[in-house]
Write a new protein. Structure first.
Length: 351
């Protein structure tokens, strides 16, 4: 029987990262579309899973295949949705089995009962294996020109959702945003800035790093790079997209928006750190300025499609620069180790 190589962990057990040489071939029940893996992106969620702090194996199994940021090439699709050779990425989250009202209409990113499953994170095997399968509903086709950068589709889907919800909230009244502030120039922040520049907005990105590729990547978008603190910035943003999860930055970001401004929180804080904060002053500002603060996570089907469109329209060389390391599967451990000025490390299945 054929098998695949797969990068796996035992969830909850630190240092259990292992390349399994004879993982079972993906079974047909996983989906009709058979895909060969090209690349898998690594992010903070993977680091948490590898550290044993997060993640859940499929029911009855001990090990979880990692990988939620996928790019593959279709080998076979008897449904005719895609064709052999097409580039494809897999949607991460699947609806809960109940389903809740949102999952029932395929808005699984807005699941209300937490019983959803996620490839490579929660209850479903990930994409860090040589072959995987998809049901057509969870397969997103990509422009053939995106072969080297299409692995950025998952993080782009997260910011596509953020922008979609910002714009939906904006439509509560007359709204003509001019300026966006993005806090944090990691992959999510940089992709949020890209989508801001594609909307013709004046984009400001704030990060601590003064060296490395981030300042130039921001300038290449026609955006302004800042290393001051949020209160020091001489900008009144109509939109703030917070991507650090750092408690002080989150609170400062909430206070920074212009009147009728919208603040979208995408960074996940670890919690447990207490800081002094004038909650009354924040309330006063939110009320008197009609401001909105909201959280956003994951992405629904339409956001994946918006993200595929955004990547196809972006400068390919700029996207390529976000991938600062490509690690062959045989050296998989290196892909999961943090490196100084990394933006995005990618596990390369083609070498
Ligand atoms: Zn991720
Ligand atoms: Zn649900």
């Amino acid at each position: 029987m054929r098998s695949v190589r797969a990068v796996t962990v035992t969830p909850g057990l630190p240092d259990s990262l292992r390349l399994v040489e004879d993982w079972p071939e993906p079974p047909p029940e996983e989906g009709a579309i058979l895909v060969e893996s090209l690349a898998v992106g690594v992010c903070g969620t993977d680091h948490e899973i590898v550290a044993g702090e997060y993640g859940e194996a499929p029911p009855g199994q001990e090990r979880l295949v990692l990988g939620h940021e996928s790019l593959g090439r279709v080998l076979d699709d008897p449904t005719g949705t895609l064709h052999p050779g097409d580039l494809v990425a897999g949607v991460v989250r699947h609806p809960d089995p109940v389903p809740c009202a949102n999952c029932a209409v395929d808005e699984w990113d807005m699941c209300r009962n937490g019983r959803y499953t996620e490839h490579g994170i929660k209850g479903l095997p990930g994409f860090a294996r040589e072959r995987w399968r998809l049901q057509p509903k969870f397969a997103v086709g990509l422009d053939p020109a995106l072969a080297s950068v299409g692995v950025l589709l998952e993080p782009t889907s997260v910011v596509a959702k953020a922008w979609d919800h910002i714009e939906r909230i904006g439509r509560r009244a007359e709204w003509k945003p001019m300026t966006v502030l993005v806090t944090g120039a990691g992959p999510i922040g940089l992709l949020a800035a890209l989508l801001g520049s594609q909307r013709g907005l004046s984009v400001h990105v704030l990060d601590r790093n003064t060296t490395g590729p981030k300042p130039e990547l921001v300038r290449a978008l026609g955006a302004t790079y800042h290393t001051a603190t949020v209160p020091e910035l001489d900008v009144k943003p109509d939109v703030v997209i917070e991507c650090t999860g750092a408690p002080t930055v989150v609170l400062d970001a909430m206070c920074k928006a212009a009147p009728t401004g919208i603040v979208c929180l995408t960074g996940v804080s670890s919690g447990g750190r207490k800081i002094d904060f004038d909650a009354g002053a924040l309330n006063r500002e939110l009320v008197l300025e009609n401001n909105v603060v909201f959280g956003s996570v994951n992405a629904g089907r339409r956001h994946w499609e918006m993200a595929a469109e955004a990547l196809a329209q972006a400068e390919q060389s700029w996207l390529t620069s976000l991938i600062t390391r490509r690690v062959p599967l045989s050296n998989y451990r290196e892909a999961y180790a943090s490196a100084g000025e990394d933006i995005k490390a990618v596990l390369d299945f083609t070498h």
